[in-house]
Write a protein that binds this ligand. Structure first.
Ligand SMILES: [Fe+2]
Ligand SMILES: [Fe+2]
Length: 160
């Protein structure tokens, strides 16, 4: 299904997220301790630099739009919000594991699985629901963070 133009920046972020999820699961399945550490470190940075902006856009801009057009919170929205909290939890847990220098397979795999499941839920259920229920002119006024302006934060230049 074709994405509404207003949601395309978020769908692009989802693509980056799926790449991260795949890396986590690969490192969990076949990587040695140093590969797991590297994948976890990359995820923590991805979360800090990109995913937080994305989650904030969804929580503060997109989800309230949908809530204006429903009587009660739809199941996919409820599930997505729970997953946001769980993702924050994994980012914290992996941050601590990276600092300690050891990342276990189970946590890495579970984080990758959750991230992938979350993106699939949004792309397959939640975004289609939003496109169906939120009028076009409201979606067009969606105030997402400027992807170019936040680029320096989202993708910090390599120093040295
Ligand atoms: Fe989300
Ligand atoms: Fe998302």
């Amino acid at each position: 299904m074709k994405r509404h133009p207003a949601l395309i920046p978020l769908s692009r972020d989802h693509h980056d997220g799926l790449v991260q999820a795949l890396r986590l699961r690969r490192a969990a399945a076949g990587g040695d301790a140093s590969a797991r550490l590297a994948a976890a470190r990359e995820f923590v940075e991805f979360f800090r630099n990109e995913e937080r902006v994305h989650l904030r856009d969804e929580e503060e801009e997109l989800f309230p739009l949908l809530l204006r057009h429903v009587r009660s919170q739809p199941a996919p929205l409820r599930e997505a919000r729970v997953q946001h909290v769980q993702l924050e939890g994994f980012a914290r847990k992996l941050d601590i594991a990276v600092a300690a220098g050891a990342v276990d397979r189970e946590t890495l795999d579970a984080a990758g699985e959750l991230l992938e499941a979350h993106i699939r839920l949004e792309e397959r259920q939640l975004f289609p629901l939003i496109e169906e229920l939120v009028p076009d002119d409201e979606l067009r006024r969606l105030g997402l963070a400027d992807r170019d302006a936040t680029c320096a934060v989202r993708r910090p230049p390599l120093t040295s």
